[in-house]
Design a protein around this ligand. Sequence first.
Ligand SMILES: [Fe+2]
Length: 134
Amino acid sequence: MVEIEDVAARFRAGEAEVARTFFSQPRPLAQHLYWLKVQVSRELRNLREIFRGGLTSLVDQVDRGVTGEEVVAEPRGHYYETRHYAMLAYILEGLGRAPVDWKDLDAERANAEWSVWQREEQKRRRAWEKLSPL
Ligand SMILES: [Fe+2]
């Protein structure tokens, strides 16, 4: 457990350093909007996954391989992810003074450079996990 806490603490410290560096100097609104839009687009990826029926298929596995703890944890995770999207989209609408349409963002996300890179990274990670299973 101490090892997990140590790894998590290092990730948190890294994220804090990135945020401190970014906000250490004034930046144009367009730059904030760009990065906020990227993050909203990343969060909306979860919306599609959440509402594709994952919970519907989970119900048949309750007490048949899926524990009560897992039944509670799954919708809680979806709640947090949905909240991330809604909160960031709200901020983006306020700062950008324009409505956010998740389907437009989702369409842009499909071809965005950061999204292509992220998918490639996920492929590399899956390949690496196959080579070195835990
Ligand atoms: Fe999230």
